[in-house]
Structure formats: structure tokens, C-alpha cells
Write a protein that binds this ligand. Structure first.
Ligand code: SF4
Ligand code: SF4
Length: 472
């Protein structure tokens, strides 16, 4: 039985409810009156439930689709302005005991190099990342109780937070590791992690079990209920995502929103972020083998409909996507992107030799962080290295309250400008510095609160005089 308040995966991601939702959406995709009603609900900026959102996703009336895209853009602007937060993934180890058929790290793949970084190697990577200008990382590791136990992850987090190189610092470590116990989530919380990210991969249980034939990840319920355990362990920022291409995108979309509704119903706070990865080429993986792979048009529609359905949830797109495809979806709702990424273990300090081959996927956007920062600014976005909320204790419902009151503008914009100023001072090329200085001069005037604007201007001057780490 469908029950968003239940702690059981099969109740809150209920297969029959998803099928009924897809049926409802298919029956109403030309229903202009209903679509208008849903759009006016969405204009109240409080989000939509999975049934209403599924109708918008299916809608095939061209003028209504134009309205859907323009509403997504307005919502993105209202909540996130023109800011895009930057981060980088850091792969600690690619040892993995699971058999995920879409990932080159699967246990049976014998032709990739297996690597696990020592703490010294991690320190070198972090210095390389700091020298690029990164302040926010997402650490990644395969599931392997012998090679990558929780103690290894905790020690690595400590190492990362401990490195202070020149003016650099990693101020927020998000963690993307396998589903684990409440006790281990508590340890991660105590280690000061930012968001705990775990992709569901697919919400379709039957497909899930076929795609994860071996290893602990085969257990659908344990994986699907992981965010509940994370929240019970004290982590209140969790990041969801599916790997589009594994099951039909309509099914995944409904499941994803039901998962968000479940977290809101049980814990009073929905997901902090939603990522939108698509299956992409990698060693031993051919996307053509996945018949549910989605094209760029559907990808853009998905981003727009997620933006409308969960306005307070950040949305992440990685370097799996090309510059062109990122450019297409940024304005529809993306709030965070990775830049200058390496998906190999130890790839920042020393780029891999071709024969080493330890990457999780092929990167489509291979530009440096400096190029990505400049590109964003030239498109009219404000790149941000802000980590303030987490460091001010504004997580979970405290973050959401700020967001829902729209007070976020008096924090995000000045924080974006101050962290961008730091980046320009410490890491940017001359060309990027020029573009950045003009952008900051223009954007600082947009800060709504006069007092915040004045303080921000003072801090920008102090940053030019080598002071660091101001935040609202
Ligand atoms: S997706 Fe994760 S769990 Fe699966 S094989 Fe890759 S690293 Fe291992
Ligand atoms: S102020 Fe908070 S919500 Fe805004 S960019 Fe910084 S960390 Fe994110």
C-alpha cells in the first residue's frame, strides 16, 4: 500500500502508485485545463506532488511546454538568482565488491587499475584541488568493507579538512559512499560532513535487482531506505539522484519525487540536492546497451519539471554532461556544477597515464576550473564557492526555512561575491580576473538589504588585502 510515512521502501516507493501515476499522466497529457490548473499551483512556488508533476513531464501541448520551461526559469531565478555553486569530486578508492552492470568499478571488471589512496596521496590531491581554487568536495569510494571501511573514510575526511595550503581550504566535504548503518551515518555526521549523497540508480525494483546482480547493493530495500537511516544518524542534508537510462525516465521521475515526499513527510525536510546524471560511456560500458537512455530534449524537460516540483532543492549537473548540454539546462534550474573534475583515483595531483585507466566515467566537459568560471560569468552567471550555510549550522529544516522565506538572497549573493573575489585573488588567470571584477562591481548593487550590501563591499576590500573567509 502506498504510504509516504512508512519506513518501508515498498510502501513509500510503491510500484502500483507509480504505475497509476504514469497512467494518470498519459491520460492527461493533452488536458489543457488540468495543465493550467497545475501550472497555477506551481506558480505559488510551493512545489508539486508526484502526480501533478508527472502530468507536466508528459504534457505534449507545445504552448504549455513553453510555459513549463519559462516557469522553471522564473523559479530558478527567484530561489537561486544567477548563482552557480562549484565543486569537485574526489575519488578515494575504486575497490568495489558490487556488480553494478553500468559502472566500470564493478567487481568483475579486470581491466581497470584498482587504486586506493593513502592519506599522503589524499593530502597531495587536496593541495592540487586547493591550488585550482576549490572549496567544496564530494568524496567518492566504491563499497568494499575490507579496502574502504568506514574508518578509512573518516580518516580521509579528517585529512581533507586538515590541509591548509597557502590561502586554500576545503570548507565542505560532501560524501558519496554506499548505503550503511545508522551508527556509521552518525560517525559521518560527527566527522562534519556536508551532504550525504546516494544515488538510487533506479527506483524500479525489478530492474534494480537485475542491474545489481551481486554484492550488498543488490538489496533494494536496504539501499532505498538508506536516507532514512542517514537522517536517523543526524545527517540532515541528503542528496538524491537516479542514473537516467537504467529504467524509463517517467518511472524514475515519479519515484524520485515520491522519495522526496517521503523524507518531507517523515523528517519534515526534503532532499537538500537532486543530481541528474545520465548514463555515459566508460570502460566496459556502452550507453547504447541501455535502451532507456534519454536525449537532450527529454533531459531539459526533466530538469525543468524537477525545478518546478521541488523549488527548494538544489540541483546538480556534473562533467558527465558536455559544455553544450550543461549550457542548455543551467538556466532551467541547476544550482551546482562540478568543474575541472577528474574521475580517476588520484587524478588531480598526477594526471593518469592511458594504461592506468582508473576512471569511473569519461568526462564530457574537460575544461579547467578557470575556464568554467570564466564561461559561467560570460553567460551571465555568478560562480560561487560558498559553503556558508553548513558552517553556520544552517542545515536541514533551518536551511529550508531560510530558503522558503526567500531570505537566502541576502546570504547567497554576498557570499557568492566574496568567495568569487577570493578565487579571483588567489587562482584566476588574468583574463578571468578582468571578467570577474566587472561582474562583482555590477552584482554587488543587487544585494537587497542595504546593511548587508555595505558590509559585503567592506569585506570585498579586505579580501583584496589578503583577508579570507567572510560569510553571512
Ligand atoms: S556504482 Fe558504486 S557500488 Fe556500483 S560498482 Fe560502481 S562504485 Fe561500486
Ligand atoms: S549561503 Fe547557503 S544556500 Fe546560499 S550558496 Fe551559500 S551555502 Fe548555499
Amino acid at each position: 500500500m502506498y504510504d509516504p510515512k512508512s519506513g518501508k521502501a515498498e510502501d513509500f516507493i510503491n510500484h502500483e502508485e507509480i504505475l497509476a501515476t504514469l497512467d494518470y499522466a498519459a491520460q492527461n497529457k493533452h488536458n489543457a485545463a488540468l495543465i493550467d490548473e497545475i501550472l497555477s499551483k506551481a506558480r505559488r512556488r510551493k512545489g508539486l506532488n508526484h502526480r501533478d508533476a508527472a502530468v507536466l513531464l508528459d504534457c505534449d501541448i507545445p504552448e504549455k511546454n513553453t510555459e513549463i520551461f519559462s516557469l522553471a526559469e522564473q523559479i530558478k531565478n527567484d530561489f537561486y538568482g544567477n548563482r552557480i555553486v562549484l565543486f569537485a569530486p574526489l575519488y578515494l578508492s575504486n575497490y568495489c565488491v558490487n556488480g553494478c552492470v553500468y559502472c566500470p568499478y564493478h567487481a568483475k571488471n579486470k581491466h581497470i587499475a584498482r587504486k586506493k589512496m593513502t592519506q599522503e596521496e589524499i593530502a597531495r590531491e587536496v593541495i592540487a584541488l586547493q591550488d585550482m581554487g576549490h572549496k567544496r568536495l564530494a568524496i567518492e569510494a566504491g563499497e568494499d568493507p575490507v579496502n574502504n571501511p568506514i574508518e578509512y573514510i573518516l580518516e580521509s575526511i579528517k585529512t581533507i579538512y586538515g590541509i591548509k595550503h597557502k590561502n586554500g581550504a576545503i570548507r565542505r566535504v560532501n560524501v558519496n559512499i554506499a548505503a550503511t548503518t545508522v551508527e556509521n551515518y552518525r560517525k559521518l555526521h560527527e566527522a562534519g560532513i556536508g551532504t550525504y549523497i546516494l544515488f538510487q540508480e533506479t527506483y524500479n525494483k525489478e530492474n534494480y535487482e537485475n542491474l545489481h546482480p551481486t554484492g550488498p547493493k543488490h538489496n533494494y530495500a536496504y539501499h532505498t531506505e538508506a536516507m532514512d537511516r542517514a537522517m536517523q544518524g543526524g545527517i540532515d542534508d541528503v542528496g538524491l539522484g537516479v542514473l537516467y537510462g537504467l529504467s524509463t525516465y517517467r518511472y524514475e521521475f515519479a519515484g524520485l519525487l515520491m522519495h522526496a515526499e517521503h523524507l518531507e513527510a517523515v523528517f519534515g525536510v526534503g532532499p537538500h540536492t537532486i543530481s541528474v546524471p545520465r548514463i555515459c560511456p566508460a570502460d566496459d560500458i556502452d550507453p547504447k546497451a541501455f535502451s532507456n537512455a534519454i536525449n537532450d530534449d527529454i533531459f531539459a524537460k526533466l530538469v525543468a519539471c524537477i525545478r518546478i516540483a521541488v523549488p527548494y532543492t538544489g540541483m546538480i549537473v556534473s562533467t558527465r554532461e558536455s559544455q553544450k548540454s550543461r549550457e542548455r539546462v543551467l538556466h532551467l534550474g541547476i544550482s551546482q556544477i562540478s568543474g575541472g573534475s577528474r574521475t580517476s583515483v588520484g587524478g588531480y595531483a598526477e594526471p593518469e597515464l592511458p594504461e592506468e585507466n582508473s576512471a569511473q566515467f569519461d568526462i564530457s566537459d574537460t575544461r579547467s576550473l578557470d575556464e568554467v568560471v570564466r564561461w559561467l560569468m560570460q553567460l551571465g552567471y555568478t560562480p560561487s564557492f560558498c559553503t556558508a550555510c553548513y558552517r553556520e549550522g544552517r542545515t536541514g529544516d533551518r536551511f529550508m526555512a531560510l530558503c522558503k522565506n526567500m531570505q537566502i538572497h541576502n546570504c547567497c549573493l554576498p557570499n557568492a561575491l566574496m568567495t568569487l573575489q577570493e578565487y579571483l585573488e588567489d587562482y584566476a588567470s588574468e583574463e578571468t580576473k578582468k571578467v570577474g571584477a566587472a561582474l562583482i562591481a555590477k552584482e554587488v548593487g543587487q544585494i537587497p538589504n542595504e546593511k548587508v550590501r555595505r558590509i559585503c563591499k567592506e569585506h570585498l576590500e579586505l579580501i583584496k588585502n589578503n583577508q579570507r573567509d567572510f560569510r553571512f
